[in-house]
Design a protein around this ligand. Structure first.
Ligand code: MF3
Ligand code: CO
Ligand code: CO
Length: 257
């Protein structure tokens, strides 16, 4: 998601605030992921994330964001992203992406990971591994004053080699003083194309990797402008997300705990 707001480079003080927000997001994600258990509902997981966020004196940036009603997005199996926590009971063999965005002191940290539950199929294990590495390959393609297309190019090349597909229309985003800003960070593209990567700004890298087709279906969320998405063929989708700070010599991953 991108709302086309250009980001000015962050000051030293603002970078410190981003570090804090991102550390909190990482803590909430890892804390929440530890509780994943067969038979519990995704609503229960959402509550764990929300309570823990509050206990850290932060807030979940998702609550009320364009009318979104929950603290996290939990995307199970064929759900590509923005899965809405519900009374769905987690089953043996599920893969679920937990996506956490924390707001602290006016700044945002955004991170997600896909968790495997119980006896997961070989296919699912391979897909989740590919999704994690796709994110890392994308991150490693980040260079200050390079282009977002460099990230997308490497991500898509890697995912295609693994026999999977990337979502083209949804991707990473600038983040900092706002939740979603420029640039759009694609999971496909051409080297040297896209938007310029500006030192001392932040953005997320969050490729969505599908087992089958890259086509997806849009689903609405009651009373919200946010949509969630499912693979068109009903096959699995997996995702990981980190928030990065671009420096003048490289980048730092801010959402590593
Ligand atoms: N965290 C998601 C992202 O990676 C955005 C969720 S917006 C919400 O960009 F409203 F659905 F929570
Ligand atoms: Co994001
Ligand atoms: Co996110």
């Amino acid at each position: 998601m991108s709302n086309h707001r250009k980001q000015a480079p962050l000051s030293k003080d603002e970078i410190l605030k981003m570090r804090i927000a991102c550390q909190l997001a990482a803590k909430v994600l890892n804390h929440t992921a530890k509780f994943v258990k067969i038979g519990m509902t995704t609503n229960e997981l959402d509550l764990i994330a929300d309570d823990y966020t509050k206990s850290l004196n932060a807030i979940s940036a998702c609550v009320g964001y364009h009318g979104y009603p929950k603290a996290t997005c939990i995307s199970v199996n064929k759900v590509v992203c923005h899965g809405l926590p519900s009374e769905y009971k987690i089953k043996d063999g599920d893969i679920l992406n937990i996506d956490v965005t924390v707001k602290k002191d006016g700044f945002f940290g955004d991170t997600s990971k896909t968790v495997m539950v119980g006896n997961v199929s070989k296919n699912a294990i391979d897909l989740v591994d590919a999704a994690y590495k796709a994110m890392m390959v994308g991150i490693e393609a980040v260079t200050p004053n390079g282009f977002t297309g460099d990230i997308g190019f490497e991500t898509n090349k890697y995912v295609t080699r693994r026999g999977y597909t990337t979502i083209k229309e949804i991707g990473g985003h600038g983040i900092g003083r706002v939740f979603h800003a420029d640039p759009f960070v694609p999971a496909f593209g051409k080297k040297g194309k896209g938007e310029k990567i500006v030192p001392w700004t932040c953005f997320t890298v969050e490729p969505m990797v599908n087992e089958g087709t890259d086509e997806f279906i849009e689903k609405s969320i009651p009373n919200s402008d946010i949509k969630y998405y499912e693979t068109q063929d009903g096959k699995l989708s997996a995702q990981f997300e980190h928030t990065l700070l671009i420096t003048d010599t490289g980048y730092e991953i801010l959402t590593l705990e």
